[in-house]
Design a protein around this ligand. Structure first.
Ligand SMILES: [Zn+2]
Length: 307
């Protein structure tokens, strides 16, 4: 697989959109969705109003279908870590060092093309069921408010709890960057939600004209209606339960994102015993795979005053 999966551009310098799939190598739905979206553009013979790029995140991890090899490629986007990697000798670089360097250089080269506005969409899937949401750093305003078009809950402060995400690193003027969680790893529906969600977003931000997309946009609306019935618009994280491999953390079966929990409710066990909810709220991103540093989060709804 090439780092650049596909790209297409028109003559306009209005919008640059960078889609990233497989920054976690076991989450392949984003990569398939990127291929689908470029196939649609080709079938319909659409010239985009700017530039659309689809790139692959952690090539070596994708190869082995693992979340990562040495370290998580979505926890290392910090200036000191990036400097460290760029200051190393070429021969010392291995696995994620190489991925981070290549991805940084590639994104940097696109950002230098100076489009009016840039969107960076990092496509993920989760180990639990019904994990459809958007992660953005802060309440979306101005150019970023278009991400509400995805009609999914937006989590606004996850970066206060986990460091080094790509979406936070590119939260800079002129760029809207967010993670788009499509659903459960390995599910066909996750690929559909990513594919048609990207399509909806292409239309909403003006990268493609409406007349080419109505059927697909309606299909996305159907998909969203089928996955959530009472999800709030916006949420903030109240609590994170960190885990390490030596903890032998195991989530109790049956939890999914946004499921209400009450203080004291049994959520998981590890080698020290039972883990109970420390406060009332909604469980978020419960961990049902054996790699990952976040056991679960607890979130609460926030009122959106931006519109
Ligand atoms: Zn992921």
């Amino acid at each position: 697989m090439n780092r650049v999966i596909n790209q297409t551009e028109g003559t306009s310098k209005d919008i640059l959109m960078i889609l990233i799939g497989g920054i976690h190598g076991n989450e392949l739905s984003g990569l398939k969705a990127i291929e689908n979206v470029f196939k649609f553009l080709e079938e319909d013979n659409i010239t985009v109003n700017g530039k659309l790029v689809g790139i692959a995140g952690n090539l070596q991890a994708i190869e082995t279908k693992k979340r990562f090899i040495d370290y998580d490629l979505n926890r290392c986007w910090k200036p000191d870590k990036i400097n460290e990697v760029f200051n190393k000798e070429e021969s010392e670089l291995k696995n994620e060092d190489l991925e981070l360097r290549a991805l940084f250089n590639l994104i940097d080269s696109y950002l230098e093309e100076e489009y009016e506005h840039t969107f960076i969409i990092d496509l993920h899937a989760t180990s639990s069921d019904n994990g459809n949401f958007v992660i953005h750093s802060g309440i979306p305003t101005n150019n970023s408010s278009v991400l509400k078009a995805l009609k999914l809950p937006i989590v606004i402060n996850l970066d206060e709890y986990i460091e080094g995400t790509l979406l936070k690193y590119y939260n800079i003027p002129g760029v809207t960057s967010f993670a788009f969680e499509g659903g459960q790893i390995g599910s066909e529906k996750t690929i559909e939600i990513h594919t048609y969600g990207i399509w909806e977003f292409l239309y909403q931000c003006g990268l493609i004209p409406e007349q080419h997309s109505l059927g697909r946009i309606l299909h996305y609306e159907e998909l969203v209606r089928s996955i959530h019935n009472h999800n709030p618009d916006m949420l903030r994280v109240l609590y994170r339960h960190p885990v390490e491999p030596k903890d032998y953390f195991r989530m109790k079966p049956g939890f999914e994102s946004f499921q209400p929990v009450t203080k004291g409710e049994l959520l998981a066990v590890d080698k020290k015993g039972e883990i109970k909810a420390p406060l009332d709220g909604q469980v978020f991103m419960p961990l049902y795979q054996n790699t990952g540093e976040d056991g679960f989060f607890i979130v609460e709804e926030v009122l959106d005053h931006s519109h």
